[in-house]
Design a protein around this ligand. Structure first.
Ligand SMILES: [Zn+2]
Length: 241
């Protein structure tokens, strides 16, 4: 997913939260927006599978059509960052940092979490077994870029569905299911869609990708804020509008 699409997903997800949640998160918009594109800007591609392990994983990929755990890093990252947000909130103490610093950093961590969730909703991040040569591309990465550019290009023509946030169970399985749904419902259709080059089908893909990314980001953010009772506390910084 391109940086601008990541920012759109984070922006729309913010709009889907409840009013109380938005009032906490909205003034931290700068943090969320930079978090949503941070790992791409720093070109963080590989990270270790877990603390203490030597094995590295691709952090922006969860290839459902691969059995090698190195290709499943995006699930690990999405879960680690979601749980990391909860831990970060729970360990906040006014003695260590100001409310403003705390919320700014939280915004950034929420943005990073959104990035990895949105990657799990992007078809070319969840599958790699596709006959790209048949579609006229010289490499998988060229095809990957084409699909991501199209998702961005057709954003304005997409019909994005919004739903009320719900509490989800944050687990490996939860994030794996997101990747699996993207793989089955979108990735497996890519080859025939790009064979036809029918614009309407590509717009449909763009609509599904952005809608799913917003839905899952909203659910995870809502779960984090609900579990930590963030809306029950008194925060001094509120939106200007
Ligand atoms: Zn990414």
């Amino acid at each position: 997913m391109l940086g601008k699409t990541h920012q759109l997903v984070a922006n729309l997800s913010l709009a889907c939260l409840s009013q109380k949640e938005r009032h906490i998160m909205y003034p931290r918009w700068g943090g969320i927006e930079s978090g949503a594109t941070l790992s791409d800007e720093f070109r963080i591609m590989w990270e270790i599978e877990e603390i203490g392990s030597e094995k590295k994983q691709l952090v922006h990929r969860c290839y459902v059509d691969s059995n090698d755990t190195k290709d499943h890093g995006c699930v690990t990252r999405a879960l680690d960052h979601a749980e990391g947000c909860i831990g970060f909130i729970e360990s906040y103490s006014e003695e260590d940092s100001t409310e403003e610093e705390f919320l700014e950093n939280l915004g950034m961590f929420m943005g990073i979490t959104s990035h990895h969730i949105a990657d799990l909703c992007t078809p070319v991040h969840v599958g790699h077994k596709i006959n790209f040569k048949n579609l006229g591309y010289s490499s998988l990465s060229r095809f990957h870029n084409k699909v991501e550019r199209d998702i961005f290009r057709f954003q304005n023509k997409s019909s994005i569905k919004f739903s009320k946030p719900k509490i989800v169970e944050l687990s490996d399985k939860y994030f794996w299911n997101i990747a699996n749904d993207t793989y089955n419902n979108i990735f497996l259709k890519l080859e025939s869609v790009y064979e036809t080059k029918d614009e309407q089908y590509i717009i449909d893909i763009s609509s599904q990708v952005v809608s799913n990314a917003v839905k899952h980001t909203t659910d995870v953010w809502h779960t984090i804020l609900h579990k930590t009772k963030m809306t029950k506390r008194k925060w001094t910084m509120q939106p200007l509008i």
